[in-house]
Design a protein around this ligand. Structure first.
Ligand code: 6GU
Length: 229
């Protein structure tokens, strides 16, 4: 699975890419993440990427030429036959959920275009026709954190990325029926007078499975009744 990230702040990704599951997936060649700085596609001497909005108003708008040229160059470049699925991160996009994550995981290459400032010159949308995605109904300073959320959620579905074969199948939202995950416990068995539910220590796998199914339903009803329709 290949991700190309187009951003004005590639350094925001370096810490994230160098840790944990993603670091190992990259080392094992299962995931490839390439960072591209939109500013490298400016041609004026000040390397401008944004300007004031026509019609007035606060803030700055990301200019169409560097963004579109960056996307076209990255898409057309070298080593990949696959032109990739272009995602634009913006609060105006369709809201990310596990079914969209699964859909995205069906692509072999994804380009993630991150905005900043007050938004994009809308001609970027007209020309590129991106799949516009939001990670929720709140405002971030830019698309970078959202792009990391997309990479993080999608790469979990790439075969062999997770150590344990089916450990993503037990996750909240991936479970049959889209329920929340059941409660988990580990050592110590008793701590500050709090005991682990005895059924989990019983060794009876059928009973354990039943308890977990019930706990999933109970938690979902209490916390996210909307998931039960
Ligand atoms: Cl993708 N971008 C920004 N700027 N804010 C957001 C978002 C994206 N998703 C939720 N809020």
């Amino acid at each position: 699975m290949r991700f190309d990230v187009l951003t004005l702040f590639p350094e925001m990704f370096t810490g994230y890419l160098g840790e944990s599951v993603l670091k190992r997936a990259i080392e094992r060649g299962l995931v490839d993440v390439r960072l591209h700085n939109i500013r490298d596609w400016t041609d004026d001497k000040h390397h401008s990427v944004d300007d004031r909005p026509f019609g007035g108003g606060p803030g700055m708008v990301l200019m169409a030429p560097p963004v579109v040229e960056c996307v076209e160059a990255v898409r057309g470049s070298e080593d990949s036959e696959d032109k990739g699925h272009l995602v634009l991160l913006s609060p105006q996009g369709r809201r990310l959920d596990q079914s969209i994550v699964e859909e995205l995981a069906g692509h072999r290459r994804i380009l993630l275009l991150c905005g900043r400032y007050e938004g994009f010159d809308d001609r970027i949308r007209t020309i590129l026709r991106p799949d516009e995605i939001s990670i929720g109904d709140y405002v971030l300073n830019g698309g970078e954190v959202a792009a990391m959320a997309v990479i993080d959620s999608v790469m979990r579905l790439v075969p062999d990325v997770l150590g344990d074969e089916d450990s993503s199948g037990e996750d909240s939202f991936s479970r049959p029926g889209g329920l929340l995950e059941y409660a988990q416990y580990t050592r110590p068995r008793v701590w500050r007078d709090l005991e682990v539910p005895p059924v989990l220590l019983s060794g009876n796998h059928q009973e354990i499975a039943r308890w977990r199914e019930e706990d999933s339903r109970r938690r979902t009803r209490q916390r996210r009744p909307d998931l039960l329709e």
